[in-house]
Ligand binder design. Structure first.
Ligand code: 2AM
Length: 184
């Protein structure tokens, strides 16, 4: 099974990214993701034996509980790759930043001998693949902000109609404030 860790978008943020994708599609041709699939990947595992999904869930739980819930801002459009055949994205940023959480997830996956993608981490929401941005003018995006109270273990799989869907298999809460870490 194909697994990854990520943040889901609350309805208000998802409506904003879905509305933006609809508007952007008028200006930027490409293969647009299902808005239901909009999310922020924290770390990508790839193929995992189903019997080990519980271990992946434990990695997520151990890491999420060690980090405070981030305030996430989804910012303006950008892309990865060549303008003629790009991954069209909205950049995202956490406060506190999401990179230490990504690093902890990858380190823990490695320690537990689970697979992981060692590639660079750049938080984003993927809007479209095979996007043709050369000569195109993506519309502006009004930033949206939300508090991510939990992270998810997602399954990436095709449904009965052959549509690729990202389904949360497990959720793990971030560190909750307690008198101890409020400095009281
Ligand atoms: P994304 O974060 O840019 O959308 C499932 O494949 C999800 O994991 C996708 O959302 C995908 O890209 C993300 N992902 C991260 N690294 C990946 C990799 N090496 N291969 C496939 N998907 C990857």
């Amino acid at each position: 099974m194909r697994l990854f860790f990520g943040l889901s978008l609350p309805p208000s943020a998802r409506e904003a990214t879905a509305d933006y994708a609809r508007r952007a599609a008028q200006a930027v041709p490409g293969r647009y993701a299902l808005p239901d699939n909009h999310h922020i990947t924290l770390a990508f595992l790839g193929e995992v034996e189903p019997a080990r999904a519980g271990e992946a869930e434990a990695v997520l739980a151990a890491c999420a509980t060690a980090f405070p819930a981030p305030q996430v801002t989804i910012r303006g459009p950008a892309h990865f790759g060549r303008e003629e055949n790009a991954i069209f994205i909205l950049r995202a940023a956490g406060e506190p930043p999401l990179a230490p959480l990504h690093d902890a997830l990858v380190r823990t996956l490695q320690e537990r001998r689970l697979p992981f993608d060692p590639g660079p981490f750049s938080p984003h929401v993927t809007l479209a693949r095979h996007a043709r941005l050369a000569g195109a003018e993506p519309p502006p995006f009004a930033p949206v902000r939300f508090c991510a109270v939990q992270a998810h273990l997602f399954l990436s799989a095709r449904d009965a109609e052959g549509v690729l869907r990202y389904t949360p298999l497990a959720s793990a809460p971030f560190m909750t404030d307690s008198p101890g870490n409020l400095g009281l």
